[in-house]
Write a protein that binds this ligand. Sequence first.
Ligand SMILES: Nc1ncnc2c1ncn2[C@@H]1O[C@H](COP(=O)(O)OP(=O)(O)OP(=O)(O)O)[C@@H](O)[C@H]1O
Ligand SMILES: [Mg+2]
Length: 351
Amino acid sequence: MATNTDDLVGINEVALMAGVSKQAVANWRVRVSDFPLPVTELASGPIFRRSQIRSWLLRNKRKGKPMTHVFSTINLKGGVAKTTTTVALAETFSANMRKRVLVIDLDPQTNATLMLIGEDKWFELNGKERTLARLFKDAMDPDNRKFDLDKTLQKSVSDVGAAKTVDLLPSSLDLIDVQDKLASAPVGKFYAANPIELLWRAVKTSIDDYDIVMVDCPPNLGIITLNGLRISDGYIIPTIPDHLSTYGIPQIVTRIKDFSEAISETIEPFGIVATKYQANSTVHNNVLKQLRDDEKIPVVMDTIIRQANQVAAAAEFQTYPRTLKQKYGSELATQYDELAHEIWDQLEGGL
Ligand SMILES: Nc1ncnc2c1ncn2[C@@H]1O[C@H](COP(=O)(O)OP(=O)(O)OP(=O)(O)O)[C@@H](O)[C@H]1O
Ligand SMILES: [Mg+2]
């Protein structure tokens, strides 16, 4: 059947039809598994059938199926509440906002994993190699592939009773070894795939099952972290508002910008989240003001997470269900709720 050229559209027209940026369309192509395939690729870019694009757009709108938002939690400084913020937000998105959330734990310290499933379950999974370490090991040992996404994905993991829709891809201490080996392996020798795309290849079709995917990154920008950034639309930077914790922020932003340009993907800095804030600290108040006044770094989110002693106890997984208020205390539960809404508004507004 002959095709009328009026029926063919490029990326520009797709963006116009959808009322989004060209970059958003480029992201859909990469991240949404049922996005129509192009009928051909010209030097100027891919060409799609208009009818397929239109029905895809309608289908997605009719189903009310919004895009999955994927973001990383990152700071090169350790101990600034990256993991606590990730887990608390995941639970809040689920319990208070009915979002389906996936937490991807990329940190070999396995803190998010331990917070969400506890030590016993982690030990069992680690013994069966049902952690993300296996995914990366497979890349270096392609004849002995064992990573099984279905078995590795842990469903409904949180000990917050109302947070039923939090799933987890668990981490392992073995990621330390894996990271070193990936870094020293000559590209092309051990893996058919680009080493920064291993996570993306494994999860790209499953990501559509979620409203939000959050990646808890270790405090470095090694290959494993880059795998997390590769699938992310953006990132948040939790920081204690003191000099040492905020010192590396410009460097993170620059390096992630360079990385995103190198892979031709948008990875937006969504904002800085001030954590462990002590209202009576002159340093905290001064640094917070400096961060807010600094136009060269991402905006500071309005919601500030205070220092609260109860949080240490929250990190311990419980076998009985509890509420967000019981887990984090009433003040912090409210702050996480405000932060979750602030981030959600930004995610939805940004698309
Ligand atoms: N709002 C808070 N008030 C008090 N303590 C907190 C708060 N948030 C986190 N903590 C505590 O601070 C410590 C570090 O938090 P967390 O593990 O989340 O940081 P991190 O940035 O992920 O660290 P790492 O770099 O090791 O991954 C933990 O003991 C945690 O319980
Ligand atoms: Mg952490």
